[in-house]
Write a protein that binds this ligand. Sequence first.
Ligand code: SF4
Length: 216
Amino acid sequence: MIKISTTSKLDGIRSWSLQAIDTCPGSIASPGVLVDACKGCYATTGNYHYPNVKAPRISNREDWQRLEWCDDMVAALDSDRYFRWFDSGDVYTLALAEKMLEVMIRTPWCKHWLPTRMHKFPKFRMVFDQMRALDNVSVRFSSDSVIGEYIDGLHGSVIGPDASTFQARAGVSLCRAYEHNGTCSGCRACWDKSVDLIAYPAHGAKMAKVIRILKA
Ligand code: SF4
């Protein structure tokens, strides 16, 4: 059964998610070591430990493998105009990416935002290119940096210590959720294909600690 979640940050926009880290091969820097951006992952703390938050993510990992999953996802998105893939987790296998592509193609009324680190694995590039060719899909390759470093033309999002890190940079759209109690408050830049890179000022005590350690 399709299990969709809603995060308050995204103005009630819905999301399909998996368990963080377990389904994030792109989060591994070396055996046992996470990339910097994932060391402060919000999806491994707080509410994400609650059974009612974990259960749908665990269920979804099995559920997407059903033959009817694409049909059911298309039906579930009937009233959505914006959708986010992976409030937590990532496209850990190519078979899932190919099914997501089918859902995107069959829901042209809905804008999809897919943030991912799976771009590191060449076999995913073709399916990401196919997604990006669709008018209603924004695929953003996440930088691993938490100090604002990214590769022009590759990354579509990056974390930095604070808003001032990014202010002078052209082509970068700053996430201003911090000015609106941590909510998007009508902004839809992450879904906007014309925005090359979203810069997220670091949020959360855990991420602030990661940045302090890296800058020491
Ligand atoms: S850039 Fe805009 S749409 Fe993206 S998370 Fe921030 S406030 Fe929301």
